[in-house]
Design a protein around this ligand. Structure first.
Ligand SMILES: [Zn+2]
Ligand SMILES: [Zn+2]
Length: 204
C-alpha cells in the first residue's frame, strides 16, 4: 500500500500531504473554524490531506470513519481559496473567505436535498411503473387463462357434439336393424295370415 502511494506521489513517503482540492468535510472545518470545541481545545486548522495509504479518503474522513465527499464543481474555486489560506493559519485573509465557504456549503446542502427529493420521486415513479407492469402481466395471464378455458370449453362441446353424433348414428343403425326385424315379423304375420286366408278359402 505504502509503495503504491509513494510511486504515485514520488517524494512523499508515509507523510501526509495537502490535497489540491479539499473535500466537503474539510471545507466545513475551514468554514466553521473555530467551533466552540476547537476554541476550548485550542485546536489548530488542519488542511485536507491525502493519507499515506492508497485510500481515496482524506486523513480527516479516514480518522473519523466518515465518507469523503467531493465538492460540487460550482464551489471548487471558493473551497480552494479557503484551503490555500488555511495552510498559512487562521489569518485575516482566511477569515475573509470563511463566509463564502459557509454559503457554498449551504448551497451544496440545498442542492443535495433537491437531488434526494428527485431521487425519491423517481423511485416512487419506478415503483408505480413496476406495479402497472405487474397488473398488466396479471391481466395477460388472466386473459390467457380465459382463452384457454374457452378453447377447452369449445373442444368439450365439439367432443360432446361428436359423441352425440356417433351415438345418433349408432342409434339409427340399431333403429334401422330393429325396423328390419319388425318388417320381417310383419311379413311373416302377413304371410301367415294369407296362408290362413288361403286355408279358409280352401275350406270354403
Ligand atoms: Zn478532507
Ligand atoms: Zn475528506
Amino acid at each position: 500500500m505504502a509503495d503504491e502511494a509513494s510511486s504515485t506521489h514520488s517524494g512523499v513517503q508515509s507523510t501526509p500531504f495537502v490535497r489540491r482540492i479539499p473535500c466537503k468535510r474539510c471545507l466545513n472545518h475551514y468554514a466553521q473554524y473555530p467551533t466552540k470545541n476547537e476554541e476550548a481545545n485550542g485546536a489548530q486548522l488542519v488542511a485536507c490531506c491525502e493519507d499515506s495509504s492508497a485510500s481515496d479518503e482524506c486523513t480527516r474522513c479516514k480518522h473519523g470513519n466518515k465518507p469523503c465527499e467531493k465538492i460540487d464543481k460550482a464551489f471548487i474555486a471558493v473551497a480552494k481559496k479557503l484551503h490555500e489560506h488555511a495552510q498559512a493559519g487562521y489569518t485575516d485573509k482566511f477569515k475573509k473567505y470563511q463566509l463564502a465557504g459557509r454559503k457554498a456549503l449551504f448551497k451544496m446542502q440545498n442542492r443535495s436535498r433537491a437531488r434526494n427529493r428527485r431521487t425519491k420521486k423517481d423511485k416512487i415513479a419506478i415503483k408505480e411503473h413496476a406495479r402497472e407492469a405487474r397488473a398488466l402481466t396479471d391481466l395477460k395471464i388472466r386473459l390467457d387463462m380465459a382463452n384457454s378455458l374457452s378453447v377447452i370449453a369449445n373442444a368439450a362441446s365439439i367432443l360432446a357434439y361428436n359423441k352425440w353424433h356417433t351415438v345418433a348414428t349408432y342409434d339409427r343403425e340399431v333403429a334401422d336393424n330393429y325396423q328390419g326385424v319388425l318388417d320381417d315379423e310383419a311379413d311373416e304375420i302377413e304371410y301367415a295370415e294369407s296362408d290362413s286366408d288361403e286355408e279358409t278359402e280352401e275350406q270354403a
